[in-house]
Design a protein around this ligand. Sequence first.
Ligand code: MRU
Length: 354
Amino acid sequence: MIPTLQWTPEGVSFLDQTKLPQEETYLLARNYREVADVIRNMVVRGAMAIGVSGAMGVALGIDQSTATTLPELNAEVQVICETLAKTRPTAVNLFWGIAQIRDLYTKLEAANTSIPEIKAQCVALAQTLYDEDIANLKVLGAYGAELLPKEGTVLTHCNAGALAACGYGSALGVIRAAIEAGHKIDVFADETRPFNQGMRLTAWELVKDNIPTTLICDNMAGYFMGQGRIKAAIVGADRIAANGDTANKIGTYSVAILCKEHGIPFYVAAPFNTIDLATLSGKDIPIEERAAREVTHVNGIQVTPDGVGIANPAFDVTPARYITAIITEHGVLRAPFEESIAAMAKIAAAKKRA
Ligand code: MRU
């Protein structure tokens, strides 16, 4: 399995995704501030991976605290959570991960639990979230596999794979599950300018798994759809609003529109913690604007003329009407999404309580 991130006695170890595919190196974040840097600098990226990284960052901060009283620790926990929450704005999983540990902390603190016990329980929960991420994605993969064609080419955009999670992946998890179930599928991977997650990461992990993969430039998808080559498209998500509108890597919206035009199913695969019931529609999802340098430079070399204006939104929102189905670990959601999401939220809450 690809070790995207791992809790260690010295801190959290991350496979440095900025160096792939040329180098497989690991970077150790020795404290919560370094975890925040790793998320901000995209050493770790992908909604599910940064969700668990956020949780591990909070747990690490609590575990390393030298506070001797609960009020002291309280003040520290607030700073730790704020620091991690400021790293990236779009993927709701980050805020979910931070909240998981903070909520446990709040409960333990209210019960006047000893500081060593609080530390032990917060670290244990972070590790449980890691295990649950992989387990949930395997269940999600099995639901999604049934929707993919028995044979043919499936298009994906960005990297919604093992590297974007603790393992297995969401969109790529569905593809993995379909292949495990005997489907004869090959993958077309969009390169995903400007950060090239498709070219560098999706291609790397699929080739590693011997899944037949063809890399295409972002502007080639329509051509291949017009030729009848693409049977389905599947992507991950960074935040799904209560009405089904879905934020994902920039360029996803164009793929969804192309699918609609060509009568190709467009699937979103995401664990239920990607659904943000507090965000009513895509208009309310904050879109991260990243540094101009990601567009102007390729491998450290400037490829644009001085003086040209640069825009670099990292995500776009695909309106729910373009989405054939949203695949989660609790089952498959279909339109009207407002209703199916609300119904699934009740099922998810009941499962959590059980
Ligand atoms: O900027 P990134 O690389 O973190 O963006 C990642 C994506 O957009 C993925 O498609 C998304 O997180 C879904 S997979 C967890």
